[in-house]
Design a protein around this ligand. Structure first.
Ligand code: FPP
Ligand code: MG
Length: 337
């Protein structure tokens, strides 16, 4: 394990994307705080923490939150703590998500559940949630505590809603967006909103920041759902085709199911039978999603949310910072363009 961590540590020192450079010093502090400063006493837990924070992750949420801080009055110490809280919650929820999905790969590396086991993974995730709570206290801001407590509830709510909708071909777009908002966009929105709150911004600006995060987060989830169909494991660093296989009806399947084409009924039947009637049922359903244009329509939906995100930045007057924040939606959609 020591060698794996050393190797990952070297890979991690790779360059940040361009628009991250303006906040690179803050991101370096964040990295150190995550990789070596979390106060775990157990040697095993220390090892898991180093592994998880060195094995990839774009730090997208912290970066967005720090850029919002820059655009609303500057980065303060509390913004670094906020970034930590955000990344801790995000990482912990992925550890739990990988247990639920029995995922073998995350960010191109073995998941904690496959390297160790489910029991250890649950508790390691809980430790990160615990640390996020400690750091929330350090912010001494009850409004932000409430926002993040709601995010934790939303994550669980979204995940349970996802369970209850498995293999259900009647899922509506509204439910899909609602579930995606809970499990993904609520954290994006929180880290933007809280960043503006730390800078004591007026309510209209706080709301615009919240809206930016919300739209970006929904777009992010739709893109993630498209990539499950269109990328390979090497590119995405995750298991692919796993959503539909596990009965998860995401945007591409949803659009295919609602296509006016006669063959939409075939997907419905295949999903309702849980791909259990014939050996090639799943491949057939997968092909139908592509043929009925599910991915293209999902892409259009993601782009609509990206436009919303961009529009909510109209309050930013500094052109350089605005460009950086406008570049984030571009990186999210780059892979589906
Ligand atoms: C990844 O989605 C998962 C999430 C965004 C959230 C998962 C949340 C939980 C498991 C609940 C967290 C628990 C507590 C206590 C707050 P995905 O499966 O669509 O993405 P992936 O393709 O990257 O796996
Ligand atoms: Mg998953």
């Amino acid at each position: 394990m020591k060698q794996v961590i050393e190797k990952l540590s070297k890979e991690k020192s790779a360059q940040w994307p361009d628009f991250f450079k303006i906040i690179s010093q803050d991101l370096e502090i964040l990295e150190e705080n995550l990789v070596v400063k979390l106060p775990a006493k157990s040697k095993l837990l220390k090892e898991i923490i180093s592994y998880i924070f060195l094995s990839g992750g774009k730090r997208l949420r912290p970066a967005i939150s720090l850029l919002i801080a820059k655009a609303t009055g500057g980065v303060k110490d509390k913004h670094i703590i906020l970034s930590e809280i955000t990344e801790l919650i995000h990482t912990a929820s992925l550890i739990h998500d990988d247990i639920i999905d029995s995922a073998k790969l995350r960010r191109g590396n073995e998941t904690i559940n496959s390297l160790w086991n489910n029991k250890i993974s649950v508790i390691a995730g809980d430790f990160l949630f615990g640390q996020a709570s400690v750091k929330l206290g350090e912010l001494e801001n009850t409004e932000i505590v409430k926002i993040y407590a709601n995010v934790l509830s939303d994550l669980c709510d979204g995940e349970i809603e996802q369970f209850s909708l498995l293999f259900n071909p009647d899922i509506t777009l509204e439910k899909y967006i609602g579930k995606s908002t809970s499990k993904t966009a609520s954290l994006f929105a929180a880290c933007c909103k809280a960043s503006a709150l730390i800078n004591n911004q007026p309510i209209e600006i706080v709301n615009s920041c919240n809206q930016y995060g919300l739209s970006l987060g929904i777009a992010f989830q739709i893109v993630d759902d498209i990539l499950d169909f269109t990328s390979d494991s090497k590119e995405s660093g995750k298991d692919v085709f796993s959503d539909l296989k596990n009965g998860l009806i995401t945007a591409p399947t949803l659009f295919a199911l609602n296509s006016s084409n006669e063959r939409a009924k075939q997907i419905r039947i295949l999903i309702e039978s849980r791909f259990n009637n014939n050996e090639n049922d799943f491949d057939k359903a997968l092909r139908l999603v592509f043929e009925l244009g599910g991915c293209e329509q999902a892409k259009q939906l993601a782009l609509n949310y990206i436009e919303n995100a961009k529009e909510s930045l109209s309050f930013i007057k500094n052109p350089e910072l605005k460009d950086y924040l406008l570049a984030i939606p571009e990186t999210i959609t780059k892979k589906i363009k």
